[in-house]
Design a protein around this ligand. Structure first.
Ligand SMILES: NC(=O)c1ccc[n+]([C@@H]2O[C@H](COP(=O)([O-])OP(=O)(O)OC[C@H]3O[C@@H](n4cnc5c(N)ncnc54)[C@H](O)[C@@H]3O)[C@@H](O)[C@H]2O)c1
Ligand SMILES: [Mg+2]
Length: 340
């Protein structure tokens, strides 16, 4: 079958184009690799690979005691696989996750079929559960690793078509899967979650679930229902969880959150009328919810939690969107105090 000219031309190009800004050319390059299997195969040969073992990423500890994701070249991975007696065919399972600022395509690969300790020894790293690894990594590197895990998990759970029950096939980049029998195309999925930092103008509202570590309180959150807007989801979640009606919703920022599975977190600030702040907590959802003053929150932000010694109030870690919302609120409170 004749391939479209666009794909033939793009297949010749195995590096990002230099005609536009480096960001634009990297984005277009990654997009092209998703569409063109041959270009993607070529990019893998020159690309970098993040290894996972049963969804735990391979990290390396630096000389100064910090952690970073172990970045291997394709030939590094080939020699690790060969040393462990694998024929290297599992490289075909690598999934495209992006392109580095150095214009190198980035892939992830799960080598869960190999002995974990042997891969660690051969690749000079350690596989660490993402729940721990995510917080050990610098905030700039954690999202790439969580994206890799999310894509690998999605491939593992979408092997069969929900309509025909037949096996699905992936494209080279791993950006979609296809069922020949039902002609269904599957794309990676994530659930939308609305998070709100609710304030009454002077205090902010935080809640805790029974599963949270002792002392931890966070912004209210909930999965968006089908057909809901972000605003509708926030209003419903806050009403359900603490029995309040919110208004003046303003969007702050978003993040991909890998726990327990892929969520697309949409973070907002919201207000309640100071005359209606009485909480009616739904105990089936939350163990507790409370109003906190800016002084209490400012003190809690300065506390470094130590193992076995939880402070009275412990806030979400810096990598979490809720932490960002809390910091934004504190800054805005101090600014308005300074201006008053
Ligand atoms: N990154 C952050 O800063 C941050 C902050 C708060 C919450 N979160 C995350 O947001 C997620 C949702 O928060 P929550 O637990 O309060 O939600 P929630 O209040 O909607 O309650 C969870 C319940 O919703 C139901 N549910 C509906 N749709 C679902 C779906 N698509 N997937 C799973 N369950 C679904 C389930 O019964 C589940 O037990 C959690 O996974 C949490 O880790 C992240
Ligand atoms: Mg909730």
């Amino acid at each position: 079958m004749l391939r479209p000219l666009r794909l033939l031309l793009s297949g010749l190009q195995t590096q990002p184009s230099r005609c536009c800004s480096s960001f634009v050319s990297r984005m277009r390059y990654v997009n092209r690799l998703k569409e063109d299997d041959e270009a993607c195969t070529a990019a893998l040969k020159d690309g970098s690979i993040f290894l996972f073992h049963r969804l735990s990423p391979l990290l390396r500890c630096t000389d100064v005691g910090t952690f970073s994701p172990a970045t291997l070249t394709c030939s590094d991975v080939q020699s690790v696989l060969q040393r462990l007696g694998s024929d290297g065919s599992s490289l075909k399972e690598a999934v495209l996750i992006g392109c580095s600022e150095q214009n190198q395509a980035q892939f992830c690969l799960d080598v869960g079929e190999l002995d974990q300790a042997a891969v660690e020894e051969a690749s000079q790293g350690t596989f660490i559960d993402l729940r721990k690894a995510f917080f050990l990594l610098p905030a700039a590197e954690a999202p790439l690793v969580s994206k890799g895990q999310a894509l690998l998990r999605w491939h593992q759970s979408t092997r069969f078509c929900g309509a025909s029950g037949q096996p699905t096939q992936r494209n080279r980049a791993g950006s979609q899967r296809f069922c020949r029998s039902s002609s269904t195309v599957y794309y990676p999925k994530m659930s939308a979650v609305a998070v709100a930092l609710v304030s009454d103008g002077k205090r902010c509202l935080l809640g805790r679930q029974p599963s949270f570590p002792r002392g931890l309180y966070s912004a209210l959150a909930g999965f968006c229902d089908m057909g809901e807007t972000l605003e509708e989801a926030l209003c419903r979640e806050v009403a359900e969880e603490v029995g309040l009606e919110i208004q003046s919703i303003s969007y702050s920022s978003s993040q991909h959150w890998p726990f327990p599975h892929s969520s697309f977190m949409l973070g907002c600030h919201a207000l309640v009328s100071p005359a209606h702040t009485q909480l009616c907590v739904d105990c089936s959802e939350l163990e507790d919810a409370r109003w906190f003053t800016v002084d209490e929150i400012t003190r809690a932000l300065q506390v470094k939690p130590r193992r076995g010694d939880p402070p009275i109030l412990w806030l979400p870690p810096k990598h979490a969107l809720a932490n960002r919302l809390i910091r934004e609120w504190v800054e805005q409170q101090w600014q308005s105090k300074g201006g008053a």
